[in-house]
Design a protein. Structure first.
Length: 130
């Protein structure tokens, strides 16, 4: 009988020393899940930002192309310098055309056009030689 009482005391002592282990494990597991969730959300936000900037870059490129098209209408031996033109989507461009030998226009080209398109901080440049 004495051995049973001693065994019960030992079991009871172990039970009291085990208190709080479940809460500790739950906190550790929740911390791990939160860390993973924070890492994934950081990656997603950066990818979304990259995709947005890529879209802005494409709009800037097409604005620059619009400047080239406008300058081609006036392509001649004379210099051409457009003011900054704003498109309906908010993008802007500025096109400059020069004759051969002027500025960076090489002697082999008859006419050079440079157009700069801008949209929401993204800037793209197209240069052509005719």
């Amino acid at each position: 009988m004495k051995k049973i009482l001693i065994a019960k005391k030992i079991v009871k002592k172990n039970e009291t020393s085990q208190r709080g282990v479940a809460i500790f494990l739950a906190v550790v597991i929740l911390t791990l899940f939160m860390s993973v969730a924070l890492g994934v959300s950081t990656l997603l936000v950066s990818q979304i930002r990259i995709m947005r900037d890529l879209g802005n870059s494409v709009v800037s490129f097409y604005a620059s192309e619009s400047g080239i098209e406008e300058a081609l209408k006036f392509a001649s031996n004379e210099s051409y310098d457009s003011s900054i033109v704003t498109l309906s989507n908010g993008a802007t461009y500025k096109a400059v055309g020069v004759s051969a030998g002027v500025g960076n226009c090489s002697g082999t080209a008859h006419y050079c056009i440079k157009s700069v398109g801008m949209y929401k901080g993204s800037r793209r440049v197209i240069e052509i030689q005719l």
